[in-house]
Design a protein around this ligand. Structure first.
Ligand code: FE2
Length: 243
């Protein structure tokens, strides 16, 4: 199992506050069956440069790796498999000119050409659709749109939405959206059944209000959409990460 979306690195965004919390979240991910967790801290171009973000992320990762090492050494078994493997990425909030940002590929998930993009929480425009298209066709990156279920309420004019959805991209749904109100769950279940290129992620931020939740989400998916759909989701995620 892969958790494709998490705010698990310490002290870098509104996710984990420190390495202790990070280890607890990683331990919980492992307990739920995650072998790989993609760490996707928020990147906001209006607050940060890509270089500075990468520096901060490298520091947070180094702190995490040290904490994992210490935790593993203090246990009886030293096989280092108490925690899932971490891959680094970013949750890149859409910004005008995103497709032209020279260092955009550096925000891809480590060792891949996959970029997780958080779309605007307003009515999308044709310009937004064009930018996403340019990231795919001109920059040759593989786009995953984060928590697709969270934008629908803003899209009164469905034109730009359709243009984006017609692009060759992957959509990601949050685990929590399968656990909330019936209406959202129905939308998400229909979405994952109908769209081939779909994956899930916990978007976990902590251990309370936004905790790792893929175990429960997967149980709902299997029950409501079937095992074949769940297997497709897993296959999609593995393929994106080149596994
Ligand atoms: Fe997120």
């Amino acid at each position: 199992m892969i958790d494709f979306h998490s705010h698990i690195l310490p002290g870098i965004d509104d996710g984990s506050r420190n390495e202790k919390m990070t280890l607890a979240m990683l331990g919980e991910e492992k307990r739920q069956g995650a072998e790989t967790v993609v760490a996707t801290p928020h990147f906001y171009a209006d607050r940060d440069s890509i270089d500075r973000f990468l520096e901060r992320r490298a520091k947070a990762l180094a702190i995490t790796n040290d904490a994992i090492k210490t935790a593993n050494e203090s246990r009886a078994s030293k096989d280092g498999h108490f925690f899932p493997r971490i891959m680094t990425g970013a949750e890149v909030y859409y910004f005008p000119g995103i497709a032209d940002a020279e260092k955009l590929p550096e925000l891809c998930i480590s060792g891949t050409d996959v970029i997780l993009i958080e779309m605007p929480f307003v009515q999308w425009t044709d310009k937004v659709a064009k930018d996403i298209e340019a990231i795919i066709r001109d920059r040759h990156l593989t786009v995953v749109l984060a928590h697709i279920e969270r934008y629908t309420g803003y899209q009164k004019d469905k034109g730009p939405w359709r243009k984006v959805m017609d692009l060759p991209l992957t959509t990601q749904i949050n685990g929590g959206s399968f656990l909330k109100e019936m209406r959202k769950r129905r939308f998400c279940t229909k979405w994952i059944k109908e769209r081939e290129s779909c994956i899930i992620g916990s978007d976990c931020h902590n251990l309370e209000s936004r905790a790792p939740n893929l175990e429960r989400a997967r149980a709902v998916i299997e029950k409501k959409a079937g095992r074949v759909v769940l297997e497709r989701i897993d296959r999609n995620a593995a393929e994106l990460l080149g596994k």
